[in-house]
Design a protein around this ligand. Structure first.
Ligand SMILES: [Zn+2]
Length: 335
């Protein structure tokens, strides 16, 4: 049974009237789950403890966020990132909900989970809100699973159109958390080049797949099939966390990629199959995605694959940019 966190409470993070990271994103997704269903359980959101947040973020940063939210006004944390009266509590709920799904999955109470939360997290660094992100939800959940369940190897997969600079930075020197990202490059936030592979003990445990724009379903499927799947087989993580960004959809107003909703089914299918082979639970969490109908369709297609085990019709293809990326990571991962 899959666990799903989807709750209108995540609309309480107010970003103002014209911000793309709008509360309405949650409303359109929640319509998929509001009626319940026989194939999933709705899991109540849960706040992360401050000490769990402090595994990733500096204390003065967490205090700064809490204080900024007490003013009752909209406060600019950076040129793109806004917080409001409800944002601190909702941010704790976002990180805590992923922790809760990971905990339930690691206790075998659910087989996997999806957390439709906001604000997103993958750009947030230890001391800086950026790119619509306040706390780095996925990084906090990875640290939590490592400390509280003793999971020694965790994989974070990030298919958002933007590179997850905050997540990469958190685990750059760390060989216990492998960060794998496909993203448009060059693009915001500027990081995520092919040569960023981690440092000292973490060398090889950051795997960036920077891509020029307009990549399609088949090209994405080939990266996940030919690079991610073999890495999962060799690394054998005990938990897989996925930063699911729907701004790679062709209709997205911010991203420049060319995926259809079917492409998300293909990516999820490859992740699920790789995870099944090594018996690792997968917990997905919402990052970007700013065309609400496209995002809802893409999530529907992913649920077909994850819950109903329907295969994707997308066939992976080989292409020249993929060879270059594979060549870079071949040495570390025997591709
Ligand atoms: Zn994004």
């Amino acid at each position: 049974m899959i666990g799903i966190v989807s709750d209108p409470i995540f609309m309480r993070h107010d970003t103002g009237g014209y911000h793309p990271e709008s509360p309405l994103r949650i409303q359109s997704i929640h319509n998929l789950f509001a009626g319940g269903g026989p194939d999933f359980i709705l899991v109540e959101p849960q706040e992360a403890a401050v000490e769990d947040i402090l595994q990733v973020h500096e204390k003065r940063y967490v205090q700064h966020i809490r204080q900024s939210c007490t003013s009752g006004r909209l406060v600019d944390l950076d040129p793109d990132t806004i917080c409001s009266a409800g944002s601190y509590d909702v941010s704790l709920l976002a990180a805590g909900s992923i922790i809760k799904l990971a905990d339930m999955a690691l206790r075998s109470e659910i087989t996997g989970g999806l957390a439709f939360v906001r604000p997103p997290g993958h750009h947030a660094t230890s001391d800086q809100a950026m790119g619509f992100c306040i706390f780095n939800n996925v990084a906090i959940a990875a640290k939590w699973a490592n400390i509280n369940h003793g999971i020694k190897k965790i994989l974070i997969v990030d298919f958002d159109v933007h590179h997850g600079n905050g997540t990469q930075e958190c685990f750059y020197n760390d060989d216990s958390v492998l960060y794998f990202s496909t993203h448009q490059y060059p693009f915001y936030p500027g990081s995520g080049s092919l040569s960023e592979i981690g440092k000292s003990a973490g060398e090889g445990f950051t795997v960036n797949c920077p891509l020029s724009s307009r990549k399609n379903d088949a090209q994405y499927a080939s990266i996940y099939q030919h690079i991610l799947a073999p890495i999962v087989e060799v690394f054998k993580p005990g938990l897989i966390l996925v930063s699911a960004g729907f701004d790679v959809h062709a209709m997205d107003p911010i991203g420049g990629m060319n995926l259809s909703s079917e492409g998300f089914g293909a990516i999820a299918g490859i992740i699920q199959e790789a995870a099944r082979k090594i018996n690792a639970p997968v917990v997905y969490t919402l990052e970007g995605g700013y065309h609400r109908e496209a995002m809802r369709d893409s999530i529907s297609r992913m649920l077909d694959v994850i819950i109903h085990m329907r295969n994707s019709a997308v066939e992976p293809v080989m292409w020249s940019e993929l060879d270059t990326i594979m060549e870079m990571h071949r040495h570390n991962w025997n591709l």
